[in-house]
Design a binder for this molecule. Structure first.
Ligand code: G3H
Ligand code: 13P
Ligand code: ZN
Length: 351
C-alpha cells in the first residue's frame, strides 16, 4: 500500500482487495457439487450476517466433517458491510483449521446477485462462487446477463449459479408476490446458452418464515399445526430428466421449526402461522440432483428464540455474550441437525 501511495495512486482500496479466492483457502462449488449429485446428498448453503452465525456454521461443519457454503445476501452486505464479511470468511478458513479440520471445504458465495457489476466486484474481492439472479427478467435478458457473468467468472475459476422460475416470498431485499414454477422445457436451452455451473429452480419453496398461507395448508388433527402442501417433485423430476446429473439448487428451504416459533411466542414474540418446508421433503430432494439447499430463516428463528428465552429468564443480564453465547450454541445445534439429519453432507470432505 505504501508503494501505491508513493506512486500517487488513489485506488488503493480496489488494489488492496483484488484477490483470488484460492489464496484465501476457499474452494469453488464444482467438485463438491459433482460429489453431492453422485452421492445423493446436498451441500448446506447457510447465510451469515454476524460473527455468532459464522462461528456456529464453522463449528458445525468441522464437527460433522461437512463441506459448507457461506452465503452473503444483499441484506447482509447492507447490514454488516461486504468487505468485513469477506474478511470474516477468510478468517473462517483459519478458524476451521484451528478447530482441527486440516482441509476445510468452504465456499464463499454471493446470494441473489442482481447485477454484473456486483458479481464482478465480489469475484475480485475473493468470492469463490456467485449467484446471478435474473429470474425476474424476461427469459432472454436473464440468459444474456447470466452468460455475461459466467464469462467473467470462469476466467477466475469462480462458479456461477443461475435461476429459472420465480420463488414467492418477501425478505428485506428479495421479494415476489407469487411463485412461478420452473418450466422444464426451458432448462436445457438456458444451461447451454449461459454455461452456468448450477441452476436454482422453483418447485414451491419460498423465502422467509411464512412460506404458505393458512388457506394453502391443511390442519393436522393431532397437533392443530398447519401442514403445507407438497413440493412439485414432478417439476424437479422433469428437470432432472432434461439435465441428467446437472447440479440443481433449492432456495427458500427453511423448515421453520415449530419449537423455535413456540419459544419465540412464549417469550413475547408474535409469529403467527409461520410455516416452512417439512424436513422429509428436503431429505427427498437432497437425494436427487438437488445438491445445494439454502437455509437462512431457520437460523434467524433459532437465534431469536434463544435470545428471547435467555433475556426472559435472566432479566438482569446485560452482557451480550451471555445471550449471544446460548444463541450461538442453539444455531450450531440447528446447523448440525440439518447437515446430519436432513442434507446428509456429514463425512463428505474430499480426503
Ligand atoms: O434469499 C434471501 C435470504 O434469506 C437473504 O435475505 O436479504 O434479508 O438477508 P436478506
Ligand atoms: P429461507 O428463507 O427459507 O431460509 O431461504 C433462504 C434462501 O433461499 C437464501 O437464498
Ligand atoms: Zn434465496
Amino acid at each position: 500500500m505504501r508503494f501505491l501511495a508513493l506512486l500517487g495512486m488513489t485506488s488503493i482500496k480496489s488494489f488492496y482487495i483484488m484477490v483470488n479466492y484460492k489464496n484465501l483457502g476457499l474452494v469453488n462449488t464444482r467438485e463438491m457439487f459433482a460429489r453431492a449429485v453422485n452421492g445423493g446428498y446436498a451441500i448446506p448453503a447457510f447465510n451469515f450476517n454476524n460473527m455468532e452465525q459464522l462461528q456456529a456454521i464453522i463449528m458445525a461443519a468441522v464437527e460433522t466433517k461437512s463441506p459448507v457454503i457461506l452465503q452473503i445476501s444483499k441484506g447482509a452486505r447492507n447490514y454488516a458491510n461486504q468487505t468485513l464479511l469477506r474478511f470474516m470468511a477468510e478468517g473462517a478458513v483459519a478458524y476451521a483449521k484451528e478447530l482441527g479440520c486440516e482441509h476445510p471445504e468452504i465456499v464463499l458465495h454471493l446470494d441473489h446477485g442482481d447485477s454484473f457489476e456486483l458479481c464482478k466486484n465480489c469475484i475480485e474481492m475473493g468470492f469463490s462462487s456467485v449467484m446471478i439472479d435474473g429470474s425476474a427478467l424476461p427469459y432472454d435478458e436473464n440468459a444474456a446477463l447470466t452468460r455475461k457473468v459466467v464469462d467473467y467468472a470462469h476466467q477466475h475459476d469462480v462458479t456461477v449459479e443461475g435461476e429459472l422460475g420465480v420463488l414467492a416470498g418477501v425478505e428485506d431485499e428479495v421479494s415476489a408476490e407469487v411463485s412461478h414454477y420452473t418450466k422444464p422445457e426451458e432448462v436445457v436451452d438456458f444451461v447451454t446458452k449461459t454455461g452456468v455451473d448450477s441452476l436454482a429452480i422453483s418447485i414451491g419453496t419460498s423465502h422467509g418464515a411464512y412460506k404458505f398461507t393458512p388457506e394453502q395448508c391443511t390442519v393436522d388433527p393431532k397437533t392443530g399445526r398447519l401442514l403445507p402442501p407438497p413440493l412439485a417433485f414432478d417439476v424437479l423430476e422433469a428437470v432432472e430428466k432434461e439435465l441428467p446429473g446437472f447440479p440443481i439448487v433449492l432456495h427458500g428451504s427453511s423448515s421453520v421449526p415449530q419449537e423455535d416459533v413456540d419459544t419465540i411466542n412464549k417469550y413475547g414474540g408474535a409469529l403467527k402461522a409461520a410455516v416452512g418446508i417439512p424436513e422429509e421433503q428436503l431429505r427427498k430432494a437432497a437425494k436427487s440432483a438437488v445438491c445445494k439447499i439454502n437455509i437462512d430463516s431457520d437460523s434467524r428463528l433459532a437465534m431469536t428464540a434463544a435470545i428471547r428465552k435467555t433475556l426472559a429468564e435472566k432479566p438482569a443480564e446485560f452482557d451480550p455474550r451471555k445471550y449471544l453465547g446460548p444463541a450461538r450454541d442453539h444455531m450450531k445445534e440447528l446447523y448440525m441437525h440439518k447437515i446430519i439429519n436432513v442434507l446428509g453432507s456429514n463425512n463428505k470432505l474430499a480426503e
